[in-house]
Write a protein that binds this ligand. Structure first.
Ligand code: ADP
Ligand code: MG
Length: 268
């Protein structure tokens, strides 16, 4: 089971969008997936078409991390119901729902033993191939809780000056965190989101990112897509939305997912 945190220290760059795009790719590839919505804004919960108030949500589970059993509280994503009956049989996309309650753990001075709460919640869990953790945009308690439980951190960045600088800082933070608290933690790479082909500034920043991150840059770059907000608003998986432009976006997520999965699951 691969546990992957989707992070950036900056808000609005597309963490939740990338989490959802990857969840959609995983669902359509038959990869059994759990999404943990650690962001108190709970956007992933909304986008994955899950009703809140069903099962314990992330903040409550973190509070009860010693005795709670994750599998008793996961909720199935409504995306599964959109598939045809044959596909639904093997499809697994579950969600640990988010809510404002998890914000109680988002302190900068979180204690090391609180940092291990998600790790202990996931300790006995083995029914998924992939766990995606949608993180809030800071390096406070919740992101540390996510990183302590993860094998890899996937960074999301926009091709803009501040985002490039923020990504550098986050990479440094991951290295320091791994040294001190999480020896298993590695960097999965950087996904560039919301690139515009007609923007010279974006082109310049993309070249800069290629130079800075080289092998850590995960391709293809995700383009700014005019349909994206509508897809999210409808709480739909990108793989089920019609139209060529959206199909290309779905394919980009397929490509990125392939690079993130362990080698043995990449072949199909
Ligand atoms: N590739 C994209 N094309 C168009 N809009 C996007 C794209 N990626 C994200 N967005 C929009 O940008 C906003 C912020 O994205 P979100 O995924 O919520 O960021 P984060 O989770 O990092 O705060 C959302 O309204 C989302 O719909
Ligand atoms: Mg988000």
């Amino acid at each position: 089971m691969q546990i992957l945190s989707v992070s950036s220290l900056k808000g609005g760059v597309g963490k939740t969008s990338v989490t959802m795009g990857l969840a959609s790719a995983a669902l359509h590839r038959g990869v059994k997936t759990l999404v943990i919505d650690l962001d108190p804004h709970a956007d992933a919960t909304t986008g994955l078409n899950v009703s809140r108030g069903v099962g314990r949500e992330a903040g409550q589970l973190l509070k009860e991390s010693r005795k709670a059993k994750v599998s008793d509280h996961v909720v199935r994503s409504g995306w599964v119901d959109l598939m045809d009956a044959e596909q639904q049989k093997d499809a697994v996309l579950d969600v640990v729902v988010g809510s404002a309650l998890s914000a109680t753990f988002d302190r900068p001075d979180i204690r090391p033993r609180d940092m291990k709460r998600l790790k202990s919640l996931l300790d006995g869990v083995s029914e998924y191939d992939l766990v995606l953790v949608d993180c809030p945009p800071s390096l406070s308690g919740l992101t540390r809780i996510a990183w302590a439980a993860s094998h890899q951190v996937l960074l999301v960045a926009e091709p803009s000056l501040f985002s490039v600088a923020g990504t550098e800082r986050t990479m440094r933070a991951i290295r320091l965190f791994a040294n001190e608290f999480a020896p298993q933690l590695t960097q999965a790479g950087v996904v560039v989101n919301r690139a515009r082909a007609d923007s010279p500034e974006h082109e310049y920043r993309l070249l800069e990112m290629e130079r800075l991150y080289s092998d850590k840059l995960l391709l293809p770059v995700l383009e700014e897509n005019p349909h994206w907000q509508q897809i999210q608003g409808a709480a739909y998986p990108v793989h089920q939305w019609p139209g060529d432009q959206v199909r290309d976006m779905a394919k980009s997520f397929d490509e990125i997912l392939k690079q993130l999965l362990p080698a043995k699951s990449r072949t199909s």
